[in-house]
Ligand binder design. Structure first.
Ligand SMILES: [Zn+2]
Length: 54
């Protein structure tokens, strides 16, 4: 994940979850992938929180 403050790339563990989206066609299920951080993650360079567990 790229830090929005300083642009530094940080690598950390995330859960990949699929969230069902409403679809105009009831027979078709639409899922979009979402990345859920396991804990609050801070940028290793500038120290700002860039991901929060929920
Ligand atoms: Zn940063």
């Amino acid at each position: 994940m790229k830090c929005p403050y300083c642009g530094c790339w940080n690598r950390f563990e995330v859960d990949k979850i699929f969230v069902q989206q409403p679809s105009p066609e009831p027979k078709v299920k639409v899922f979009i992938p979402m990345y859920k951080p396991l804990k609050t993650e801070k940028c290793k360079k500038c120290g700002k929180v860039i991901a929060e567990a929920n």
